[in-house]
Unconditional design. Structure first.
Length: 235
């Protein structure tokens, strides 16, 4: 509960990397890694080499420390970097994982163009994200924003359109709003564990409650997707 900065935490990550068929031969980029939970899961359970980036230096420092503490320091490289301006050559990766990142980024075209650029042709973008919906404006605060100007949600239809425009073809597209809302409602009803996101996310109980409320009232949707880098298109 502490190391996964996204809805449904480790359960969502495990389902996503299964859907993306991540394996030991893949070069994986965790784009927006937080303190590295996803990178460690992939390295430990899939045997893949992982590069993890985040914009926050403190998160990267903690991720590096935790990687070393569990014996995965040699399998994971952690770098402080902006996901809209990645410091990697074209076609450097076979899989890019992006979980609950785009809601804070206004220039989504640049975000996905960078993901496309660093993916080899036929590579996969594994996506787990919050989108806007038709039920009205957000109840705030939420885990990614305390004010409207901090949130940059688009509808699922617009998200899919942006991905097509930046050189991706859809392999899987799943709206998991209803089952995720039910699961999170039960999870939060059981109370917070001693170590969880509430340890360092201010007002986390209120933010978590609003996350569930926004899903229940169709103000947001949760999308799980795997997209392939079109071999004939470079963004």
């Amino acid at each position: 509960m502490l190391e996964d900065f996204h809805s449904l935490g480790r359960l969502a990550t495990a389902a996503l990397i299964d859907l993306a068929q991540v394996g030991p031969a893949d070069r994986v980029l965790d784009a927006g890694c937080g303190i590295g939970g996803t990178a460690r899961l992939i390295a430990a359970e899939r045997g893949a080499r992982v590069t993890a980036v985040d914009l926050t230096p403190e998160y990267c420092e903690v991720a590096t420390w935790l990687n070393d503490a569990v014996g995965l320091g040699d399998a994971i490289e952690v770098r402080t970097a902006d996901v809209t301006q990645l410091p990697f050559d074209a076609a450097s990766f076979d899989v890019v994982v992006s979980q609950h990142v785009q809601m804070n980024i206004a220039d989504k075209r640049r975000l996905y163009a960078e993901a496309r650029r660093v993916l080899a042709p036929g590579g996969r973008l594994a996506l787990w994200d919050v989108t806007a919906s038709s039920g009205g404006s957000l109840h705030l605060p939420v885990p990614w924003a305390t004010s409207p100007e901090q949130s940059h949600l688009v509808t699922p239809e617009r998200l899919a359109e942006l991905l097509r425009e930046t050189g991706f073809a859809t392999a899987h597209w799943n709206d998991l709003t209803e089952p995720a809302e039910t699961a999170m409602r039960q999870l939060f009803a059981d109370g917070q564990p001693p170590l969880g996101l509430h340890v360092f996310v201010p007002d986390f109980p209120a933010k978590a409650a609003n996350l569930v409320r926004n899903l229940a009232e169709d103000r947001t949707r949760l999308i799980q997707a795997v997209l392939t880098a079109d071999a004939a298109s470079l963004a």
